[in-house]
Design a protein around this ligand. Sequence first.
Ligand SMILES: [Zn+2]
Length: 397
Amino acid sequence: MTEKLFYKDSHLSEFEAEVVSCCPGGNGLFEVELDRTAFFPEGGGQYADTGMLGEAKVLDVQEESGRILHFTDAPLETGSRVKGSLDWEERFMKMQQHTGEHIVSGLVHSRFGYRNVGFHLGSEDCTMDFSGEITPEELADIELEANRAVWKNLKVETVYPPRGELERMEYRSKIEIEGPVRIIVIPGYDRCACCAPHVGRTGEIGVIKLTNIQRYKGGVRVTMLCGVRALADYAVKQQQAKTVGAMLCAKENETAEAVGHLKEEYEDLRYALGEKEKMLVSCMADMVPDGEEAVCLFPDEMEGDSMRMLMNRVLERGHILCAVFCRCSEPKENGPKTAYRYVIGSRTLDMRSVVREFNPAFDGRGGGKPAMVQGTAHGSEAELRTWILKKAEEMSL
Ligand SMILES: [Zn+2]
């Protein structure tokens, strides 16, 4: 059994220990067992501590039946004494999140009676799954209450109650287990069985920010950032708000309204552009000489709707067949041929028989109805035009 120094002092970041064993642990790593350690192994929804053992990097820590195994990138001599040091900022950050989670879960439990049925402390954020629904307004209340617990700077207590007392005690995560049960007490807020290291006083958490809530498995999943993570998130959001505000010439906290105006303007412009495109389509159709029975057009940049509109306008004017091609990729040297979107229509001829031959000839895809086919094809403007006009002639126009 490895002596767990993190239970004696959760703020111990450096320690000395004896190497009990060291053997290859797969993936080029070494599996090191010490007589004592301050490294908290992966477990209870929390990832393992990292740091150094002598000159070796500790990349992972796992517990196997009371033995704590450190996975290092270099071997250590069995029987030697070694200095261990934790990546303290990372560990302290995790304690901020974990104690914050206890406060929030305790408040949710006492107010709604919901259980925390899933806790995950990840490398980006921390999520808690509750067994019932909470509204965003209720969550805002919980957040404020949780921060009041932080401001009170309460001592976080660890107790191992004797059996009889334990059975009578109300606490979260109550399960029947052998041996002493470690209860983390945040006076007035929470009592929960937990094996992880916690901050000494709630003030160390700094701030608790609940950033998201979503429905999840009949309850809700709440995302939380505490302490250093909340501060980092604030910095990102502030930078975003500043940048957006500068672009919109709006105050940082009034960007939503400015974006609303911008969106209205955008919709107006889109409508105006649509009207202009309709006019353009009419003009293009009117410019086609009357005598041509088969018409092939290659407009620059045109939406699919406008391509169909152009085709219909041309057919309305009495032309028998109309093909509209719009380039969707630039030709590359020695590369694939230029890609075109196409629309081909006729009021009298069956376009399905045209497209059946057209697609194989131009590495194309697409199809449609007798009156109109559409899709994509590859080739040059000259090749496409020649093929369409020849085909129209064949169909005895
Ligand atoms: Zn816990």
